[in-house]
Ligand binder design. Structure first.
Ligand SMILES: N[C@@H](CCC(=O)N[C@@H](CS)C(=O)NCC(=O)O)C(=O)O
Length: 268
């Protein structure tokens, strides 16, 4: 009998390059955990990772994955969506994408939505917080194998968060607009849950992308109360019971900015 791909995958042949706290990276780690695939995590430091990833993988973002395929060939995959698809081909169970054509179409559409500006908004929110509260950045690195001594991480936190905030276009006007858009985004996620696109067990690729973003949102004390009581927030907590790491205390953003995010949700 031919051996299945799962059976001949070499243990410990997967390496994932990541920035601690990065939500698309956390989505990929959760997918690997769900599939029971062993992997090695390699921390890269922003914003230097952009150059490092470009040299190693051709694109500047994390997550990026190296693995050894069935025939012993070293393969490279970059971006969370491409990695999810590769993981399904390496080990089909549990599947990240439904086999039924219509269900698959709906999950792919939700995944695409989650991988778009919704994902970028998470980066703008966190960097706008860390720019104002740089030492909170260290909480995202706690327990991770960061290739920089703690005292250097402390010194670097201010400049890194300012640069990252600029690179991610987390300027004040944009972040205010993002906060005003939060209720509508949460309505969209609650609708995906109500329609059965996400929220099943085991989680699909769209669940992981959306929940990882919301998990990041909920590391910020100013944002968490807007999310945690909603179906969207409860789903994120079910998938990420222990938060993906990090914590930013409240009172970081101006109170009037947050008032817009607390506005009543309108029905879709
Ligand atoms: N949508 C892609 C992009 C991920 C992404 O933008 N990652 C961020 C960290 S959360 C990054 O590496 N940004 C570097 C850059 O944009 O230059 C994915 O899900 O893999």
């Amino acid at each position: 009998m031919p051996q299945s791909r799962t059976a001949i995958l070499r243990p410990m042949s997967i390496k994932v390059y990541y920035v601690p706290g990065s939500h698309p990276c956390n989505a990929v780690f959760k997918a690997l955990d769900l599939k029971g695939l062993p992997y090695k995590k390699i921390v890269v430091i922003p914003p230097a990772h952009r150059l490092q990833m470009t040299v190693m993988f051709g694109g500047r973002t994390v997550p990026a994955m190296k693995y050894v395929d069935d025939e012993g060939r070293a393969e490279k995959v970059q971006t969370s969506c491409a990695i999810m698809r590769t993981l399904d081909s390496i080990k089909p169970d549990p599947p990240l994408y439904p086999t039924d054509a219509e269900e698959r179409r709906r999950v792919l559409a939700a995944e695409k939505w989650a991988d778009g500006d919704f994902q970028s908004l998470g980066r703008r929110l966190i960097w706008s917080h860390l720019k104002r509260s740089p030492q909170a950045m260290l909480s995202f690195a706690a327990g991770e194998r960061v290739p920089l001594p703690a005292f250097m991480q402390k010194i670097a936190a201010g400049p890194v968060s300012t640069i990252q905030s600029r690179l991610n276009r987390a300027d004040d006007d944009q972040v205010r607009a993002d906060l005003a858009s939060l209720p509508g985004l949460l309505d969209q996620i609650d609708a995906y849950i109500a329609d059965g696109v996400i929220g099943g067990d085991p989680p699909n690729a769209a669940d992981l992308q959306i929940a990882a973003s919301l998990d990041l949102w909920m590391t910020m004390d100013d944002i968490r109360p807007l999310v945690e009581h909603r179906p969207a927030g409860k789903l994120a907590r079910r998938i990420f019971p222990a938060s993906g790491g990090g914590h930013v205390s409240g009172g970081v953003l101006p109170a009037e900015w947050l008032a817009a995010a607390r506005a009543e949700s309108k029905p879709l």
